[in-house]
Design a binder for this molecule. Structure first.
Ligand code: DLZ
Length: 154
């Protein structure tokens, strides 16, 4: 686990054995997003979520997570998880992508038929992103899986 953040305490989680999860993964900064995906999958499997109940789709960049998650919500799925990594460059693109993606996912949580967990790393550097995707600050993909399991019974 990443830190002393007890909101993501993996103990006392509901039974999600028969729940279904859709994971939409952005391929931009794929080294980071594949680490996040692995952390997420490892935890879901550790909690006995069946392989056949985990559906994975890839999209080109974080901005496309919105559409990917919208499509995923229409399937027979209990919780969707959006995985992306935005790393600050020298333009304002960073803010645009972070804000629009976050807002889009928020809208899906308001109008869609199942919750969407936001696992969007927004970092200043590649090193920071590595630290949070399986490095010294743990793996935010694992935290997303914990949040998803909690939301699967709501
Ligand atoms: C264009 C762009 C840039 C500059 N940076 C990132 C990034 O750090 N992380 C990310 O996930 N996507 C980035 N993108 C791509 C956009 O998300 C999107 O794929 C394109 O603008 C095409 O719609």
């Amino acid at each position: 686990m990443s830190s002393a953040n007890f909101d993501f305490d993996p103990v006392n989680l509901p039974d999600a054995t028969l729940k279904s999860f859709g994971i939409v993964v952005s391929d931009w900064n794929s080294k980071i997003t594949s680490n996040l995906l692995n952390g997420c999958l490892e935890f879901l499997r550790k909690k006995n979520v069946l392989k056949k109940n985990i559906h994975i789709t890839h999209v080109p960049g974080s901005f496309e997570l919105i559409y990917g998650c919208k499509k995923m919500q229409k399937k027979n799925i209990d919780v969707v998880i959006a995985i992306g990594s935005v790393i600050r460059g020298e333009t304002s693109h960073f803010e645009f992508i972070c804000q629009s993606t976050t807002n889009g996912i928020k809208d899906l949580n308001v109008i869609g038929k199942c919750p969407v967990i936001l696992c969007l790393l927004t970092d200043n550097s590649l090193k920071q992103a590595l630290d949070r995707s399986g490095g010294k600050y743990g793996n935010k993909g694992t935290e997303a899986a914990i949040a998803a399991i909690k939301m699967s019974i709501i």
